[in-house]
Design a protein around this ligand. Structure first.
Ligand code: KG4
Ligand code: ZN
Length: 334
């Protein structure tokens, strides 16, 4: 049988990305142009700057992805593009590039939900087994998603306020660390002791999360210490914050995995790069031998187009086709 070749395109936030994958799981190319340097001095992603960079980078990144894969447009079976959620101006660049290629070369188009992409990064490292539970933790999302089969997503819990990555970035900003702050807090946390008392939002009886109270508690702890003329070790604060985030994430993931009797737990999203979270999840699932924990490599956890192509591959196979009326949808539901 002929190989299935999918071109993936991702521009939902501050990475311009294109990738080619074969048969849903083999990466032929995975090109990511990061804009972090341009947004750093503003302490976060500036939407207008993001859109402009996507416009500049899109065709370069696309050509590079095709070149590295050694293919041309005529070899592509479908184009998978992130249609949402994300920054609308950023999404539009990828969506319009995908539509232009689809129209010019008469290639089927498949709109992909960004979170479905993050989850399907896992299919690039292992065969997925169902039911599966995915813990999606990124700058924009914190969700527990149940997959009964390929392409079938049910959100069983989500954040009621800040995403985990957002909380990391805001706490980092309070500690005058550069954007994005997650990796800096992660590093600092390993040098400190979790000696400060910070809250955990358990939200008993649900798989929902909340991180805004924790973020405020960190800010208050710093302010109060300042007013009393006391000194707080940033490393201790980072360690205490990280412990609070991880304890809730891991506890709820363990509970949900057992309640839904899943075969696999799939870690997804940028915060999946967190060393503390990876270690705590590995620890937690060690004693649950009938549940396999899958932790993708870092380059597949942060935004990329291979994951969008992987999700698109499955959706395409299930018959999903998007029309040339496809639009960027910043509030898209999974
Ligand atoms: O998935 P992603 O690349 O973009 C979104 O879709 O949001 O995630 C980016 C987020 C940022 O908030 C960043 O601070 C966080 O992932 N992040 C981390 C780590 N590496 C990246 N958070 C905690 N620890 C890390 N090591
Ligand atoms: Zn993402």
């Amino acid at each position: 049988e002929k190989d299935q070749i999918i071109l993936g395109i991702e521009t939902s936030c501050d990475e311009t990305a294109a990738a080619v994958i074969k048969n849903g799981k083999e990466i032929l190319s995975n090109v990511v142009a990061s804009q972090i340097e341009s947004h750093k001095r503003f302490g976060g992603v500036v939407p207008e700057i993001a859109s402009r960079h996507h416009v500049e980078q899109m065709t370069i990144v696309l050509e590079e992805a095709l070149n590295q894969a050694g293919i041309g447009y005529s070899d592509i079976d479908a184009i998978a593009v992130t249609e949402g959620p994300g920054l609308v101006g950023a999404l539009l660049i990828g969506v319009n590039a995908a539509k232009a290629i689809a129209f010019a070369h008469n290639i089927p188009l498949v709109g992909v939900h960004h979170i479905a992409g993050h989850i399907y990064a896992n299919r690039l490292v292992t065969e997925m087994k169902f039911p599966a539970l995915s813990l999606v933790v990124s700058g924009g999302h914190t969700e527990l998603v149940l997959l009964k089969e390929h392409g079938d997503f049910t959100v069983i819990g989500e954040t009621r306020d800040d995403a985990a990555g957002e909380a990391y970035d805001k706490v980092a900003r309070t500690l005058h660390l550069p954007y994005p702050g997650g990796p800096h807090i992660d590093r600092l946390a390993h040098e400190g002791n979790p000696s400060l008392k910070l809250p955990r939002a358990w939200l008993e009886g649900s798989y929902d999360f909340s991180f805004s109270g924790l973020k405020s508690a960190v800010i208050n702890t710093l302010h109060n210490a300042e007013q009393r003329g006391e000194n707080i070790e940033p490393a201790d604060l980072a360690a205490s914050f990280q412990e609070s985030v991880i304890e809730v994430l891991v506890t709820k993931t363990l509970q949900a995995a057992q309640a839904y009797d899943v075969k696999q737990v799939l870690l997804a999203g940028g915060v999946a790069a967190n060393k503390g979270l990876r270690a705590a999840l590995t620890d937690g699932f060690e004693s649950l031998s009938d549940i396999e924990l899958v932790v993708p490599p870092l380059y597949l956890c942060t935004d990329n187009a291979a994951m969008i192509a992987a999700a698109g591959s499955v959706l395409f196979q299930k018959g999903k086709r998007s029309s040339l009326a496809l639009n960027g949808n910043p509030g898209l539901d999974i």
